[in-house]
Design a protein around this ligand. Sequence first.
Ligand code: 5GP
Ligand code: ZN
Length: 118
Amino acid sequence: RVGQVSDCLFCKIVAKEIPAEIVYETGRTLAFRDINPQAPTHALVIPKEHHADAAALAAADDGLADEVLKTAHAVAVQEGVADGGYRVVFNTGAGAGQTVFHVHAHILGGRALTWPPG
Ligand code: 5GP
Ligand code: ZN
């Protein structure tokens, strides 16, 4: 679904109805710090349009998923973690740990990251 969804936390951040520490913005995307960071750099990149998860984003109109990925890398560069290594994660579905159903890429960096994740 496109546009603001009234009960969606991240739509409220886009609408500035609840505060967030915004670190990067493009025409169709927004990046802000995770409220419960799991690494020295932990940002979330979202499309301003509401799509529930990565599957919905993949089905969105041309260019949106592309812009989210480009913003993810731009945030990593801006945060200084691009050279040391960083992780881009879409938890997709409750079974994968997704808790906010407005698609978001986690950008994690600034510490050693193990694989596989838990
Ligand atoms: P998920 O579990 O859906 O992949 O990730 C949701 C993320 O959103 C979590 O890492 C959580 O800490 C973060 N989060 C939840 N509520 C808020 C909020 O109000 N503000 C910010 N900045 N992050 C939030
Ligand atoms: Zn939303």
